[in-house]
Design a protein around this ligand. Structure first.
Ligand code: DC
Length: 211
């Protein structure tokens, strides 16, 4: 029986992980989980309920009661939900409450693709392939700004750049499961690549790992 093909894709906000992970999942016929959605759902439920996002106990309580129907809310994809997610994601209790779901998804028979911040380091360190996707903060802010402009939102590049940097600092600076590349991850800098180029580079890294 062949070993499950579990692929961990980690990296900072707006590096293009999601698009890449979806294409990799389609290419290898694997189920895909965007783990950021779990944190986004907790952040949004807390915010909508008027809970202080720095209140670890209340945020943890919400994470424990998370239902997977909550993940269908289209508002979770928005920029604000990402900011709220990053704030609740610093609480160890929130992270602990979301571990089992992620691990049971990663442990599927045929394998799976998961993207996030700590998949290769904490959630599934035994992943057969780990890719850490980066791009400079300036490139990520430009992509995010263009995305929002395309949706008709009035946005300011400098403000988005400041938010991207603040998010990096919070995600990488927290004490539990900070954003960092696993020692055995392939580093994929997409600053100079379009999505097709990033996909090709990722597939080459996967094929090298499987060879
Ligand atoms: O990948 P994303 O932008 O949807 O993630 C939103 C926030 O959720 C991110 O800033 C930090 C948190 N997150 C996390 O801490 N761990 C994960 N595995 C995924 C997301």
């Amino acid at each position: 029986m062949s070993r499950p093909l579990t692929i961990a894709i980690d990296g900072p906000a707006a590096a293009g992980k999601g698009t890449l992970a979806k294409r990799i999942a389609a290419r290898y016929g694997l189920p895909y989980l965007d783990t950021g959605l779990l944190y986004r759902a907790v952040g949004k439920l807390a915010f909508d309920a008027g809970v202080d996002l720095d209140d670890a106990a209340r945020a943890t309580d919400i994470a424990k009661r998370l239902e997977f129907s909550h993940l269908d809310d289209p508002a979770l994809r928005g920029h604000e939900a990402g900011e709220h997610a990053s704030r609740v994601a610093v609480h160890p209790g929130v992270r602990a409450a979301l571990v089992d779901f992620q691990r049971s998804f990663a442990g599927q028979h045929a394998g799976a693709v998961l993207d996030g911040r700590d998949i290769g380091t904490v959630i599934w360190p035994q992943a057969r392939v780990k890719i850490f996707v980066t791009a400079s903060a300036e490139v990520r802010a430009r992509r995010r700004t263009d995305e929002l402009l395309a949706k008709g939102r009035a946005v300011d590049y400098d403000r988005i750049l400041a938010e991207v940097k603040a998010r990096d600092e919070r995600d990488a600076g927290r004490t539990v499961a900070p954003l960092k590349a696993a020692d055995d991850a392939h580093l994929l800098d997409t600053s100079e690549l379009d999505i097709d180029g990033a996909f090709r580079a990722a597939c080459e890294a996967i094929e090298r790992s499987l060879a």
